[in-house]
Write a protein that binds this ligand. Structure first.
Ligand code: CO
Length: 466
């Protein structure tokens, strides 16, 4: 057994999970040299929500953030999270956009790209993996962990082997909902380690309170890398805390070799930032308390709160238990997709409709039709042909890789924002988040001529921005 390595999530998942991705570049930068000095396996610092929040809420350029971090983190690889063919968004992009995005991400400082797909359909990871290899990056193949009557260790190991044969340099099990128990982690990692040549990483969330115990068992089974968050932004819906993990392994055969004093300095830096977000109410102490509901109803925390807000809006909170019972049924009908963006929203909304309309699938969302039609890729389990007919009528589902049906789109995106781009990467910001990107570009342009949108009369500004 070798040393365990640690990927630090403070710059991405930790603040995404606890404070709605609101940490600013200014708050990150003073800590980057300290983080770089620890000897982490990687610093996770970029992904869909961080990119979106930069443009939409922080009036920041996500590419500038990446470059600024890279400038200070000279030794540690930078890591990002990518939703396969969905890139950072919620739909499939044509191959030319995927290729270009990966190229620019690496050119601007990303070293490791963790690539996953909500359905674990390897075809949706194909293009991103090959583009990353072509650019000299480290593509990490990622499997969305879930539980169902269909899923078992063998299925996950086979999925991982497929990714390995596609050229990934490491494999990650992504337990986004904190469902993985210590025992199952041990069995899964043991099997993966005996079947794969590439390093295995485990990513979990503390949501149900199991996280650190799950890591410990995974480590005993031989996991190479674990993901943790520095303590002020750890636990709850975030990752298990870094320092106790390092302390627990210290002096054992799994010793991380990381200096607890250096980690403590980083914790000291982030503590007042945590306090600030607690005072502002962005950090809700309720999210810090272990919640075992995710294990009982197999519904991730984020999805649970979405269901509650949908039912409240409809004035139908009394139907909450019915909806909770309906979720696994809809998931079974749709071939047991893991509950992660966007499948968690698709299944949740349909479950609500099935209950509120009083008849299952009386109303069917376009997203469910798309999923049944194969437009998101292949579901883990085949969908019953009778159900396919009920949802699609005479329309035949597609069986090819969904992106094979998409025409190249970069030239079109380029034309659409021609008047606003200042650098090549702007085209990609626009392709991924058209509306927030365009508003960001406009503000940036006005500011050049002395007009500060953030400190101007909102009424006038909304006229200009509309
Ligand atoms: Co995560």
């Amino acid at each position: 057994m070798g040393k365990v390595r640690i990927t630090e999530t403070i710059l991405r998942d930790a603040h995404q999970s606890l404070i709605a991705t609101r940490m600013t570049t200014a708050e990150m930068l003073p800590a980057v040299e300290m983080l770089d000095d620890v000897g982490y396996n990687a610093l996770e610092c970029w992904g869909g929500a961080t990119f979106d929040a930069c443009l939409r809420f922080l009036n920041e350029d996500p590419w500038e953030r990446l470059r600024a971090i890279k400038k200070l983190a000279k030794k540690t690889p930078l890591q990002m999270l990518l939703r396969g063919q969905n890139l950072l968004g919620y739909k499939h992009y044509p191959d030319d956009v995927v290729e270009y995005f990966v190229q620019k991400s690496i050119a601007n400082g990303i070293d490791i790209i963790r690539i996953f797909d909500a359905l674990n359909d390897p075809r949706n990871l194909e293009k991103a993996i090959s583009s990353c290899l072509k650019e000299g990056g480290h593509p990490q193949g990622c499997i969305s962990y879930t539980t169902s009557p269909y899923h078992n260790t063998e299925i996950f190991v086979n999925d991982a082997k497929k990714l390995e044969s596609m050229g990934v340099k490491s494999v990650c099990i992504k337990d986004m909902a904190g469902l993985l128990s210590p025992k199952d982690a041990y069995d899964l990692i043991k099997s993966l380690k005996s079947s794969l040549k590439v390093p295995v990483e485990l990513h979990t969330h503390y949501t149900s309170g199991l996280g650190s115990m799950t890591y410990l068992r995974a480590i005993q089974a031989g996991v190479d890398i674990i993901d943790t968050a520095i303590s002020p932004f750890s636990m709850g819906t975030s990752q298990p805390p870094t320092e106790p993990m390092v302390a627990a392994l210290s002096g054992t055969e799994y010793d991380t070799g990381l200096d607890i004093k250096k980690l403590n300095e980083i914790a000291v830096y982030f503590r007042p930032i945590r306090e600030k977000y607690l005072e502002k109410g962005t950090l809700n102490p309720r999210m810090l308390c272990p919640d075992i509901n995710a294990l009982i109803c197999q519904v991730p925390g984020g999805m649970l709160s979405n269901l509650v807000s949908q039912l409240k809006q409809a004035g139908a909170m009394d139907k909450f238990d019915d909806v909770l019972n309906e979720v696994p049924k809809v998931r079974a009908d749709l071939g047991y997709p893991p509950l992660v963006t966007p499948t968690s929203q698709i299944i949740g909304s349909q479950a609500v409709l099935n209950v509120l309309s009083g008849e299952r699938y009386k109303v069917v969302t376009n997203e469910v039709k798309g999923l049944v039609a194969g437009e998101y890729g292949k579901t883990p389990c085949a969908i019953d042909p009778g159900f396919v007919k009920q949802i699609l009528g005479d329309k035949e589902p597609i069986t090819c890789r969904p992106a094979d049906l998409l025409e190249d789109k970069l030239p079109e995106f380029r034309r659409e924002v021609a008047g606003y781009i200042e650098k090549e990467e702007d085209v990609l910001s626009y392709a991924l988040f058209p509306k927030p990107a365009l508003e960001f570009f406009k503000k940036r342009q006005f500011k050049k001529y002395g007009y500060d949108a953030d400190n101007s009369d909102p009424a006038r500004m909304s006229g200009i921005m509309s």
